[in-house]
Ligand binder design. Structure first.
Ligand SMILES: [Zn+2]
Ligand SMILES: [Zn+2]
Length: 113
């Protein structure tokens, strides 16, 4: 029989690439995100990122050292309404935020009631 068999030499199998695109930092971020879920910290960081470290009312600027004085105000007053585009957030310094609420709501908010 004139049958010819062609054996293709097997290429050595390369080790499967293990998602090398992710940096360690990304993974840590992911893990933290999972832990925190939709917690306050999460939307706060988002809002600061979107709107910048500046008070929307008095224009006072903040930096990484004192950004804890900058708080996130929910325009509709609903702390559970956190659209990812930041449309319900306003960054207000503690003073302006207090002013904005002036009925003691913020007091409760800051005390974590
Ligand atoms: Zn302010
Ligand atoms: Zn507020």
């Amino acid at each position: 029989m004139g049958q010819t068999r062609s054996f293709k030499p097997r290429k050595p199998t390369k080790p499967v690439k293990v998602d090398n695109n992710k940096s360690a930092g990304d993974i840590v971020k992911e893990l933290k995100g999972l832990q925190q879920g939709n917690s306050n910290n999460n939307y706060r960081e988002q809002s600061l990122k979107i709107h910048g470290l500046i008070c929307a009312k008095c224009g006072r600027e903040f930096d990484v050292k004192n950004k804890n004085l900058l708080t996130v105000h929910h325009k509709d007053g609903n702390h559970d309404n956190n659209p990812p585009n930041g449309s319900n957030w306003e960054n207000l310094c503690a003073y302006c935020h207090d002013d904005e609420h002036s009925r003691g709501i913020l007091g409760d908010y800051l005390k974590g009631k």
